[in-house]
Design a binder for this molecule. Structure first.
Ligand SMILES: [Zn+2]
Length: 479
């Protein structure tokens, strides 16, 4: 490859406050159009905004969780531009004194760890939404504006251009999503647009330090679109450069249906927005004590949790990585282990049968028909020897359909393991009699031949015989 890709992300995340950033309107998603509005968020003359302290708290927590420095003196600024979804004709955002700066998060792609630096995190308000009568603005007779989203609080998390591939960009966005979920400041529902990314991509010759001209793609709201758009843009730019052309600094839009990016408009520079300090809001002053209190209130973060699972519970790095990738997964795992189940068995069940069933039915782990309590009980039935590991698989299938207690299902379905040696002995003798060939082979020294005999006994007992006992009895009888 002749070129190296240089990628930076601006991630917008809606904060899960009850009310908007500068007024008391509700932030909930899916309400009738223009029902969550008031004179403040509609930008009517003569009204004054008041900052929602919860927004400041959430932004500071996001900064602390991503190793940022919190600016104790921070302020809001007006970003001026005209668009129908922005009733004030400016967006209240932050310019030179954002709430947090100079952070970093660790990512891992194919076993290679890397640090991605965060330039800054700032607070701002979301804009409204245009609702077109047609599919796009171009083929619409009319367009309406829904101002419900106007003034919903956002944080914008700006990274340094530290990523070199679509896979790294994805790993970075996944890490940010997981951190925001862990600290519980955003719902991170990408399909509802409460987590979306603007992507900057440029190419430069391998070995060069100088940055190439970049293009920006806006409002990417799925991991697949993120990867596809970056890969397409890398290829497109490489072709332009190979043909001796120049990359134009512009905003491009990702057309997921056609799998291409299209030119939208030439990119604005910061000075085009005529940023100015917001005169209607006082600066935000945060004391060191407040910052420390927020730091103490943070839960265990994904990386710390991952290391605990590896160091204290003996899980592999791979397993620990998957189990801590979302807060819901990690909470589920912690709960099962807390109830006394072996961590390794818990991990195996969660990443095996549980994950498989959830995927097949398109369910998230919060909606799992088998909750942590029942999974813990099932694992303890195996540990106590009430059921065999093989029967546990059957029990799992039953539990998926039947919400009763695992012990009750075991009884009702007659799944209890046979540990009575006289019962098993009878079957062992029968199997030896009916399978002269493996018996002969075993006696001739081919010890592996015992496997097929064990299999026969298990089959005749419908998997309920205790396998250790079957082995022991077979060895005895074959002597
Ligand atoms: Zn309002």
């Amino acid at each position: 490859m002749k070129y190296e890709a240089v990628i930076g992300l601006e991630i917008h995340s809606e904060l899960k406050t009850q009310t908007k950033i500068f007024c008391g309107c509700a932030t909930s998603f899916g309400a009738d159009q223009n029902t969550h509005v008031c004179p403040v968020c509609l930008g009517l003359p003569g009204v004054l905004p008041v900052v929602n302290r919860k927004v400041v708290e959430f932004a500071i927590k996001a900064g602390l969780a991503t190793n940022c420095t919190i600016n104790q003196y921070s302020k809001f600024d007006r970003k001026n531009y005209y668009y129908p979804d922005l009733p004030k004709n400016f967006q209240t955002s932050q310019f030179d004194l954002p709430i947090a700066e100079h952070g970093s998060v660790e990512i891992e792609v194919d076993g290679v760890k890397k640090t991605v630096r965060l330039t800054r995190i700032h607070m701002e308000e979301d804009a409204g939404k245009l609702v077109h009568s047609g599919a796009t603005i171009k083929d619409s007779d009319s367009s309406n504006v829904d101002y419900n989203r106007t003034g919903v609080p956002l944080i914008e998390i700006v990274s340094e251009p530290d990523m070199r591939s679509a896979a790294e960009a994805r790993a970075y966005m996944e890490k940010i999503k997981s951190i925001l979920e862990y600290i519980d400041v955003s719902n991170c529902r990408m399909e509802e647009g409460n987590l979306r990314a603007d992507i900057n991509v440029s190419l430069r010759p391998v070995g060069s330090e100088k940055l190439g001209t970049r293009t920006e793609m806006k409002n990417i709201n799925s991991f697949k679109a993120l990867e596809d758009a970056i890969n397409y843009e890398i290829e497109r730019q490489a072709e332009v450069l190979d043909d001796g052309g120049k990359i134009i600094q512009e905003t491009r839009t990702w057309d997921a249906d056609r799998g291409i990016t299209l030119s939208m408009r030439s990119k604005e520079e910061a000075h085009d927005y005529r940023y100015m300090p917001e005169p209607d809001l006082p600066p935000i002053v945060t004391t060191s004590e407040e910052i420390e209190a927020y730091r103490k209130s943070l839960p265990e973060l994904p990386d710390a949790k991952k290391h605990r699972l590896i160091d204290k519970l003996g899980l592999s790095e791979y397993d620990a990585g998957i189990l801590t990738s979302t807060r819901a997964m990690a909470d589920y795992f912690d709960k099962v282990v807390e109830l006394g189940a072996d961590p390794k068995s818990t991990a195996n069940w969660m990443m095996g049968d549980l994950a498989k069933n959830l995927n097949a039915e398109g369910l998230t782990i919060e909606k799992s028909p088998i909750d942590p309590t029942r999974l813990a009980k099932m694992i303890s039935l195996v540990e106590k020897g009430t059921i065999s590991g093989k029967i546990a698989k059957t029990l799992f299938v039953e539990m998926w359909k039947d919400s009763s207690d695992p012990e009750k299902i075991v009884e009702a379905k007659g799944l209890v393991q046979i540990t009575d040696s006289s019962a098993i002995e009878k079957i062992v003798l029968e199997v030896i009699e009916k399978n002269p060939k493996p018996v002969e082979e075993y006696r001739a020294g081919k010890k592996k031949a015992i496997g097929s005999l064990v299999g026969q006994v298990m089959k005749l007992t419908k998997g309920k015989a205790n396998p250790q006992l079957v082995n022991k009895l077979l060895e005895e009888k074959l002597q």
